[in-house]
Write a protein that binds this ligand. Sequence first.
Ligand code: COA
Length: 569
Amino acid sequence: MRILFLTHSFNSLAQRLYIELARRGHEVSIEFDINDAVTAQAVELYHPDLIVAPFLKRAIPEAVWRNHVCFVVHPGIVGDRGPSALDWAIMRDCAEWGVTVLQASGEMDAGDIWAAEAFPMRLAKKSSLYRNEVVEAAVRAVLVALERFQSGNFKPMSLDYSRHDVLGRLHAPIKQADRAIDWSRDDTRTVLRKIHAADGFPGVLDALCGEIYYLFDACADGTLRGSQPGEIIAQRNGAICRATLDGAVWIGHLKRKSESEPALKLPATLALQEHLADVPETQLDPFSASTGETHRDIWFEQKNNVGYLHFAFYNGAMSSAQCERLRVAYLAATQRNVRVIVLMGGADFWSNGIHLNCIEAAASPADESWRNINTMNDLTRAIATTGSQLTIAALQGNAGAGGVFLSLAADHVYAREGVVFNPHYKGMGNLYGSEYWTYLLPRRVGEDKAVTLTQNRLPVGAAEAHEMGLIDGYFGTDRKDFLAKIAQIAEGLAASPDYPVLLHEKGARRERDEQEKPLDAYRAEELQHMKLNFYGFDPSYHVARYNFVYKIPHAWAPLYLARHRGITS
Ligand code: COA
């Protein structure tokens, strides 16, 4: 079928649906929901059999939904209507939530229902629930709805609140007043729930050090305590810890509220800077045993000759300081008595490369870009040149740009089934990229495919990534299954009688490759291009980064996504 995606942006859900539908032989073109005229023109050019709206903020124009079946993916259970669906589900502590595929009609979210899928909720950030449970349920629901649509004889169910199984209701958009934290009354769990329900976007408005900020990225602390709820009692690796009535919460990221100038999300300590002079730093060694709930972005676990190095950086963005800390931790891991090191990334993201927000906030974004890419390169190199262990990259979450190539530095790369790869930099203002990608990518997929992947700028699913040799395998629809299988593979390698041979072969291959072309040469060539991106006359990268971090709305869907714009008839 010819399917037109009408979406606010090509976000993680739209990317995943694109992958799933294209894989099943459908032809998919993407249009951004910019205004009614653009939508109408896209429909006219493409003549779609079906329109799917994975992520919409506005209603579909009447002229479109009256003449075409439009599936709207709503992140709520049957009967749930209105914006902020997931926000309310978290705020209300719902035990179960879901995704409904309904047909666009005159009333927002009240159209006929084609499919619905449920999932159990967990106490987690909205962004995490969206990228995991919602995405998986949406894929299942859209595939069912599509099958029903293709059958030609399915009659979708009209919304009927008198049915006992229709549990959702119309709700008002959530306001900051609903989200507000009352530090003198809210316990830790309530504070967490409020910040989680706003995570990703828009954050919870709150006063800090005499200014108003949006709060993001919260987790509880099991031991720290303060006398005054709301006061900042500690700082660690970019995060601040605030006392609550009955404990403490870490807040990783802040965005200043400003009417006069654009603001961006930053690590909390970077946003507050001089205000934290008297706040104690409470460091935590990545190798210390688990100390219960706390803020920890890098940690190491060891089990049966296998070391698991976790790096759960918010949004997968890796600043210069984080790359450096991770490199130090990685090198320390190689000194441990382990035969295999598994690079775990985080639960939500593996890595999205250099930290564009920290770069934007630096006094010289060009200098900080340079510093950040060099720290990424140092880390990638440390992994690629490890002679003492076999290494596995275990991608629980998505990877983009330099983050993909970082994973290829490991000897084996495995991904959870639903992981989406974006192995390209070009969308960021024609960025050339580094992380030794010119060495790491062709050795896995060949020169031609490397060109296609980096130029086409399309997302790649785990199955396709495996077929082309980008990764060695994919499994596990959920994290638990994925992690169990990873542990099995890692322990199998560590215990294998072939281990010494495998380690020797790895060293020999690295030596051969080095003789053919030294890693330094790849790096120097890539960085020459990057120097032009950062310091040259063409400002495209700086403009693209600005638009990305300040979330400037798209003016049009790029041609590589909007296939219909290449249709001339
Ligand atoms: N630096 C800083 N923030 C980043 C980031 C990066 N490299 N990559 C992603 N993010 C942030 C986004 O701003 C967004 O923030 P928010 O939702 O908290 O406001 C969040 O991570 C999720 O990203 P989003 O773009 O919504 O996710 P997606 O799944 O829709 O798209 C990518 C994934 C990888 C295609 C997209 O995030 C991207 O292009 N990232 C930039 C990659 C890059 O160019 N890195 C630099 C070169 S190495």
